[in-house]
Design a protein around this ligand. Structure first.
Ligand code: PEP
Ligand code: MG
Length: 588
């Protein structure tokens, strides 16, 4: 942390657009320093009492946050905190801590810290992805409990002042969801890439966010003025008065533009030459459902169900049925595409033991986990099939890489139906079944897959990572991660062409669908259905309404023939700037 007043600029990756101006809150997950090591023998009883009280306080606090997240963002995300509560209230950890106080006369903070250190070591040595999240959960609890025991200030993400910019090395999904949209003006994360989970949640919450800023969070002091430019991927620490004024003016223009877009949000998404484009919503948090409806989404193009599994307990068929049917009902008469659990990679579950993997994104992930845990998978399929009686639910399979997988899923779907029939439960007999096209093998063989699926959904976040061999969440190689790379565009084109030839609907639900710079290109590549974060719908619709489909096709052909992603981006900037004068102003 620094005490300088010098103006510093950090370049990073823009993951959620907009300009945020506010005062810094540096979130540091370091455990507090323990100064009080021992207690006198006659005070041991009191010390244990104190420890129990603090655990209760911390538990109450986590429950309060859980309630708040449940009401603001939905039960799925709130369940993340059950994991923390289970850890906090783990009787064996409590007992071992109390034994240390009792027998060794350690202070409660020393005893608890030692105990948690052992737990962290045990998890850390297993070295698998999902346990990494548990280590961070422990660090979170450690911070909350030890700070209280040591009499320090608990740096909480959920009770920040108004107009705060949060800067951290990284944030877990459980931490991201605690950020209160009304108070937080922006987020800066030193780690991470554009497609990391934290980034996706930031977009869902519509928080201007820049990631991959190296050591920016170390160079700021609490209270420093910070500007987060989510459009350009820049962070300004302690800007001078002139710089601040310039950004405030830009922000005003942005707000005016948002208001303007809001007034026009009911206009249809039709190109100048009359081509209709379906804009659907990606839904990760519950508040997005209302936003999707407000912004005129024609359904939900992808609902990520992973959040239901980020818990210590598996969601039952009934619990899932409730969530899915409520979602489907709220969107009637529009379809809701529900993606089956896509765990593994950077999506961590507390309930599934994922063995150590050198390359988690190439390992036990998505449909591979589902097929290896058929009972778990069929529980979800039954809930989905039942929800299909409440409106139009469609099933979307993640991480498919071969036809064998798809065929095995079909067998399980039939088994799930038989089970429902036997139990006398009503379900949708003809629920549509589609696949994510996010592994290049599927794009290359789309014609073959088309015979056996009802629809394709292009997952360009992973398609980019697998086509370019770049870890989507790693800041070190983030400069190579580029969905505009002509190789990715060629894969998209193959799928769009195949869809047209075989009459198979193709949509795109990767983050690229919400980038207005990509809109012309995607339409030109032949896509007429985009699924995106609902907050981004108005901006993308504006581009659609300004372009000619014929011109978009020409632009896409030009891009396909280019050498690099940078050339493609520059070309799109130039082209879009021509027919949308405000496009250039947006960045000034
Ligand atoms: C994708 O890979 O493009 C996608 C939408 O799925 P996720 O980001 O959840 O992996
Ligand atoms: Mg994916």
């Amino acid at each position: 942390m620094t005490t300088t007043s010098e103006h510093r600029v950090f370049d990073g990756i823009c993951v959620s657009p907009g300009i945020g101006i506010g005062r810094a809150f540096a979130y540091d997950k370091q455990a507090p320093v323990i100064t009080r090591q021992r207690v006198a023998q006659h005070l041991v009883g009191e010390e244990i009492e104190r420890f129990r009280n603090i655990l209760h306080q911390a538990g109450d606090e986590i429950r309060r946050i859980r309630r708040w997240v449940a009401s603001e963002q939905g039960e799925e995300l709130a369940q993340i905190f059950d994991a923390q509560l289970a850890m906090l209230e783990d009787p064996s950890i409590i007992k071992r801590t109390e034994t240390l106080i009792l027998e060794k006369h350690y202070s409660a903070e020393r005893a608890y810290a030692e105990e948690l250190e052992k737990v962290k070591e045990a998890f850390g040595s297993i070295e698998n992805e999902y346990l990494r999240a548990r280590v961070s959960d422990i660090a979170d609890i450690e911070n909350q409990v030890l700070m209280r025991l040591a009499g320090g200030e608990v740096k909480a993400l959920d009770s920040l002042r108004a107009n705060t910019i949060v800067l951290a090395h990284d944030l877990l999904p459980s931490e991201m969801v605690r950020l209160e949209r009304r108070r937080i003006k922006g987020v800066v994360l030193d780690a991470g890439g554009a497609a990391s989970h934290a980034a996706i949640i930031a977009r869902s919450l519509q928080l201007p966010t820049v990631v991959g800023t190296r050591d920016c969070s170390q160079q700021v002091a609490d209270g420093d003025l910070v500007v987060v430019d989510g459009n350009e991927g820049q962070v300004h620490l302690r800007p001078d008065t002139l710089g601040e004024r310039r950004y405030r003016a830009r922000r005003q223009r942005q707000l005016r533009r948002e208001r303007d877009l809001e007034r026009r949000r009911n206009l249809p998404a039709v190109t100048q030459d009359g081509q209709e484009i379906a804009l659907m919503a990606n839904v990760d948090v519950q508040t997005e459902v209302q936003m999707a409806l407000d912004n005129g989404a024609s359904g939900v193009g992808m609902y990520r169900t992973e959040f239901l599994y980020l818990n210590y307990r598996l969601p039952s068929e009934e619990e899932q049925f409730k969530v899915y049917s409520a979602l489907v009902e709220s969107l009637v008469p529009h379809p809701v595409v529900i993606r089956t659990m896509d765990l593994g990679g950077d999506k961590l579950s507390h309930v599934l033991e994922v063995p150590p993997e050198a390359n988690p994104f190439l390992g036990w992930r998505g449909i591979r986990i589902c097929l290896d845990t058929p009972e778990l998978f069929k529980t979800q399929l039954r809930a989905l099939l039942r929800a299909g009686t409440h409106g139009e639910a469609q099933i979307l399979l993640p991480m498919i890489s071969s036809l064998n997988e798809l065929r095995r899923v079909r067998v399980l779907v039939e088994e799930a139906k038989d089970e429902l029939r036997a139990a006398g439960r009503p379900f949708a007999e003809h629920c549509k079944l589609g696949i994510m096209v996010e592994v290049p093998s599927v794009a290359l063989m789309a014609d073959h897959f088309a015979d056996e699926v009802d629809f394709f959904s292009l997952g360009t976040n992973d398609l980019t990572q697998y086509a370019l061999a770049v870890d989507r969440g790693m800041s070190k190689v983030a400069w190579l991660y580029d969905p505009f790379h002509p190789a990715v565009l060629r894969l998209i084109k193959m799928v769009a062409d195949s869809g047209r030839r075989t009459n198979t609907p193709v949509s795109i639900c990767g983050e690229m669908a919400g980038d207005p710079l990509a809109t012309t290109l995607l339409l030109g590549l032949g896509l007429d259905c985009l699924s995106l974060s609902p907050g981004l719908i108005p901006e993308v619709k504006e581009v659609i309404r300004a372009i000619h489909a014929e011109k978009a096709r020409q632009v896409a052909d030009e891009c396909l023939a280019m050498d690099t992603g940078a050339e493609v981006r520059q070309h799109l900037e130039d082209v879009v700037g021509e027919y949308m004068p405000f496009w250039r102003q947006r960045h000034n």
